[in-house]
Each structure stands twice: as C-alpha cells, then as structure tokens.
Ligand binder design. Structure first.
Ligand code: AMP
Length: 414
C-alpha cells in the first residue's frame, strides 16, 4: 500500500512516497520557488540520482501535478499508476485546540483548519492549497491531516497559559501550542523502544534544526514544550530570537521606527545565530568562523548551547527528574561539538556524555557513558514516516468503525 506524504510551505512542496508494506521510501523530492519564477522540481527516486526539472510552477496545484507526473514517469517514476496511491498524508502546521490527533480530512476538518489560519498565517493557507490540489488531482483518495501542534495538546493548563489577563486566552486563544510535534512524538517513541518499552520515563527531546524546540515528555505524553503561540518562542534558533523580555518589542520598535510586520521579520528572519554571529544561520559556517578566531561566532554558539542546557534543566525540574535526553534534526543529529557543549555542565543531573560514542552523525546511537544515570541518544527524526503511519492507521480504523465510510477507503483499506 502506497502513501504519499505532502508538506506544503508558502512557496514549496516537500513530498515522500512510502510503500507501507515495509515502510520504505520509494521516492522523495521538493518543488521550490512556487509562484516566484525559476521554479523547479527535484525528484529523488530511492537508490537513484536526483533529477531536477525547471518549469513555470505558478501555484500549488501545478506543483502537485508535477510531483504526480514524476512519480509515474517512465524514466524517473517509481509506480505505474496513480491508482496505486491509497492515501495522502499532509503535514498541517496549526491545529489550534481543535486537533490533538491526526484526522481524516472532511469538509468540517477543512473549515476548522481554515479557522486556524489566524494562528498559522504563513503555513496553514499553504497546507489548505496542497489539500485542495490533491483533492482535485486525486479525487476519491482519502487524505489525512497530521498537525504539528497535535502531540503537545496534552500539556496541562499551568504549562500552556501565559501570565496575561485570562481573557487573552479565552477571547483570542493566546496560549502555548508548541510545534515540531510529529518529530518529538517520533523520537520519544523510538527512545521508549530503545529503553525496552518502558512507559514510565521522563524524556527530554531536543529538536535542533534551523528551527529548534525542546519538549518534556512524561509517561509518553508531552507535558511542556519550548515553542509557544508561534514557533518564535523558546530556544534561540538559526534566524529566530527565541525567548525575549517582551518589553524589548515596544522598546526597539520605538527606537527604530519598525512597523509590527518589520519587527516580526526582524525577530523571525534576522535574529538568532545569524543575527548574533553576523556570519550565518548555519552552525557549520559559524563553527568554521569561530575556529578561525571570530569571537562573536563563538559567543553565538555559546548562547545557543547555554539556552538548550537551561531548557533541559528546567524540564528536568518540571518532571521531577529526567531519564532520557534525545537529540535530533540537522544540528542535533550531526554536530558532535554542539552536543558536547550542550551536555557539558549537565553532570549534576547524572548525565555523562561518552566522547567516543558521541563521534557519530546522522544515525541512531546511544552517546551516554556506561555509568550515566541519564541515557543520551541521537535519534534521526522521521516526521514523514509518522505522517504515513497515521494515514494508514486512520484509514484502516475508519473502515472498521464507520459504516458510511467512503468507497475509496473500503477498496484500499478494508
Ligand atoms: P534542519 O532544519 O533539521 O534541516 O537542520 C539544518 C541545520 O542543522 C543547519 O542550518 C545547521 O545549523 C545544522 N547542521 C546540519 N548538518 C550539520 C553538521 N554536520 N554540523 C553542524 N550543524 C549541522
């Protein structure tokens, strides 16, 4: 059974096609610069070279059409017909308070995703475009929405409320939602498996990519996470500032004359590692500059690691201790030196990094020393696989429980 996973951004579409009989990825790729000119599709069939095709891709519907054409193409394709695709799973950024679990997409679900546009103004509209394009091009194929916020919906009110007047929450839905939920869920589940299936664990998951967040997971459920109403809160990231004194916003707006939109861009696109180092948002560039004697580059890395360490300490306090720390995403999976800098100073928690085991990149590995009370793991994330698994599970379950299930579901999943 094939499942197509789609992740639409405002000007891009990432995709991956899975054969769910053995959970293997048959192809993946990226449609880039939609509606911006010089748009292209890069398609990578498994175990073969990437192929890039340029075209005028003026909207998401055209982009998805190109993806589907590539999947069935005689030369670069991996399936002989679109009818082989049993379901499409979509990454949807913001599910607000409405969605804690993944769902089959229905007109009611679409209306609710639409209502969440206010909370996810950059991503939810693109997600909606992608869902509509798939519905148009693959009529009758069930589609599933997997929300980036869903896993964090188990947070208790004392963790998700801000210290603002209560009406900000009641009237406007201002609260912590958290993001990267699919990634935190995947690596926490893998960590539980690697710990012999123990459910009673206190796990701190560190998703450290260009965007970065930390989550506290107790007994398999998220109890706190560092991103908030938007992905701007929490850790300092590639280009995002993370936690700030909120009074800095009006202070700097008055000083510089920036408008709210300009200030939003300042905090989201010009800050973080890029803004502090003045070099790049990419840790590899900053490390190189730091090695070459650039003090600001080194300071930016120190600020980054200090903040991750502080979150780990505070989440250990939130859970009454910690049993497992997991690193994932670009930096978490690949940067030996940053993992080492983050863990240095966490020994008081019973955390001892093994510097030899830490010499690893991009693969699943325990990196804690034999005597470490807290296990430390590197676990490469796989959000697409979670989306594909949820899609299969939801479609199969509906076939069993819903008497009015659509014919396309019965055909493929019953
Ligand atoms: P992601 O958003 O998960 O794709 O992560 C991208 C970020 O991971 C980059 O901007 C880098 O900061 C970081 N990264 C990726 N590979 C490495 C590496 N080999 N060493 C250090 N940092 C890396």
């Amino acid at each position: 059974m094939m499942v197509l996973v789609i992740n639409c951004g405002s000007s891009s579409i990432k995709y991956q096609l899975f054969d769910m009989t053995n959970e293997s990825a048959l192809a993946k790729g990226l449609v880039d610069r939609i509606g911006m000119g010089k748009s292209s599709l890069t398609h990578i069939p498994a175990h073969r070279d990437a192929v890039t095709r340029t075209a005028d891709i003026h909207n998401h519907s055209v982009g998805i059409r190109m993806v589907l054409d590539a999947l069935v193409d005689k030369e670069i394709g991996v399936i002989d017909g679109l009818d082989k695709i049993a379901a499409v799973g979509h990454r949807v950024l913001h599910g607000g308070m409405k969605f804690s679990d993944s769902v089959l997409i229905t007109p009611e679900v679409m209306a609710a995703v639409e209502e969440c546009v206010e909370l996810g103004p950059l991503h939810n509209p693109a997600n909606i475009l992608g869902i509509n394009a798939c519905a148009e091009l693959m009529p009758g194929v069930p589609q599933v929405a997997v929300f980036d916020t869903g896993f964090h919906q188990t947070m208790p009110p004392y963790a998700f409320l801000y210290g603002l007047p209560y009406e900000a929450f009641e009237k406007y839905g201002v609260r912590r939602y958290g993001f990267h939920g699919t990634s935190h869920r995947y690596i926490a589940q893998r960590a539980i498996q690697m710990m012999g299936g123990r459910k009673d664990l206190r796990i701190i998951t560190c998703h450290l990519g260009n965007g970065a967040s930390v989550a506290a997971i107790k007994n398999g459920q998220c109890v706190d996470t560092s991103m908030g109403l938007t992905p701007l809160e929490g850790l300092m990231m590639g280009t995002r500032c993370g936690d700030l004194d909120p009074a800095i916003v009006p202070f700097l707006m008055k000083k510089t004359g920036m408008t709210p939109d300009q200030f939003d861009t300042y905090m989201n696109k010009k800050s973080g590692l890029l803004g502090l180092s003045g070099v790049s948002n990419d840790v590899r560039d900053i490390e190189e500059a730091a090695l070459g004697g650039n003090d600001r580059a080194n300071l930016a890395l120190e600020v980054y690691c200090y903040r991750v360490r502080k979150y780990i300490g505070s989440y250990a306090a939130a859970m009454g201790g910690v049993d497992v720390i997991v690193f994932t995403a670009g930096l978490g999976e690949n940067s030996i030196s940053m993992r080492s800098r983050i863990c240095h100073g966490l020994e008081f928690l019973g955390t001892i990094l093994d510097s030899d085991k830490n010499q690893t990149r991009g693969k699943e590995q325990e990196i804690s020393a034999d005597g470490s009370v807290v296990k430390i793991f590197v676990i490469p994330t796989n959000e697409e696989l979670v989306i594909a698994r949820d899609s299969v599970e939801i479609c199969s379950m509906l076939c069993k429980t819903d008497k009015d299930h659509p014919p396309a579901l019965i055909e493929k999943f019953a």
